[in-house]
Design a protein around this ligand. Structure first.
Ligand SMILES: [Zn+2]
Length: 304
């Protein structure tokens, strides 16, 4: 699948692929016409929920040279500070649930632990965090709380803790729950030479723009997903000790506290009553969140 997207060009440019992915699509009024291989594209009508949409050009693509012609209104009384824009042709591919699992970035346990300890970028309001620099690594000298609960259900512990490469937060989210809630795309057909291995004809394809972190809305396309081996180990230990809440939630450990030296402990629940109530409300709702672990095909954006 191929699509055209136009975004505002940020001051200093797009620092990373992540910055492009999360940028809003906009078709500015200065562009009067866009032709692709002689075919006029409709961009102005591509509004959806007040947002501009990318234009699918897959059917217009041909072998060899493709011609993109952009008409601009240069006579208009645009202010001297006219904005700059970037237009890109995005190439989208597909991956199956299985291939996503196989291709997850899996750092070692020490790497994951260091990542958590160094992820100390104090956010606003985090002023009391005492940050010191050692060996180019920022280390907090205060302990950090990490929630082990899946952000969607807020009652079940995550099974496979992941984050996006660009995520700055320490709290993970659960991969399966995340994949299960991705909305299927409407009218999106798979094109290209061959469907991915494991593709089941007729299975649903998720929307390419749905790959946003449930915690920070950042870029979490499959190729950016990182498993947290440290938390995976913590979860396994808690499970062995029987301290992890079951599928229905409730009762289990909700969060841990990680110390600057990498040691950790179960976080004491201060408001035990409130916590219990919330877990109780969701108890038994193990599969009631639109979770469909059998979903086969996942759409992935790949940029050239
Ligand atoms: Zn995030």
């Amino acid at each position: 699948l191929y699509r055209l997207r136009c975004c505002s060009y940020p001051e200093g440019g797009f620092a990373s692929e992540n910055a492009w992915i999360t940028a809003d699509t906009v078709w500015p009024p200065e562009i009067t016409s866009i032709e692709f291989n002689g075919e006029m594209l409709e961009t102005r009508k591509k509004l959806h929920h007040g947002k501009y949409l990318p234009v699918n050009v897959t059917d217009l693509l041909r072998e060899g040279t493709n011609v993109l012609t952009i008409g601009m209104d240069t006579n208009s009384k645009r202010p001297a500070t006219a904005k700059r824009y970037t237009i890109a042709l995005e190439v989208l591919g597909a991956q199956t649930h299985q291939s996503i699992l196989e291709n997850l970035l899996r750092p070692t346990l020490p790497e994951s632990r260091d990542a958590i300890l160094s992820r100390a970028t104090p956010s606003k309001g985090d002023k009391d965090e005492d940050v010191e620099m050692t060996d180019d690594l920022t280390i907090t000298s205060t302990s950090q709380t990490i929630s082990l609960l899946d952000p969607y259900t807020a009652s079940r512990p995550v099974a496979l803790p992941v984050r996006g490469k660009a995520c700055l937060h320490r709290d993970p989210f659960d991969l399966d729950t995340f994949l299960g809630q991705l909305a299927p795309a409407q009218n999106l057909r798979l094109h290209g030479p061959a469907p991915p291995p494991g593709f089941v004809e007729g299975s649903s394809v998720t929307h390419p723009d749905a790959w946003r972190c449930p915690r920070c809305r950042g870029d979490v396309r499959p190729q950016t997903l990182v498993v947290d081996a440290f938390l995976l180990d913590v979860l396994a230990r808690l499970k062995t000790e029987g301290k992890l809440g079951g599928d229905g939630g409730g009762g289990g450990v909700r969060a841990i506290v990680v110390n600057p030296d990498g040691s950790w402990a179960v976080k004491d629940e201060l408001a035990g009553g409130g916590g219990g109530d919330r877990a109780g409300a969701n108890a038994g709702g193990g599969g009631g969140f639109g979770v469909n672990p059998k979903k086969k095909v996942i759409e992935v954006i790949e940029l050239d």
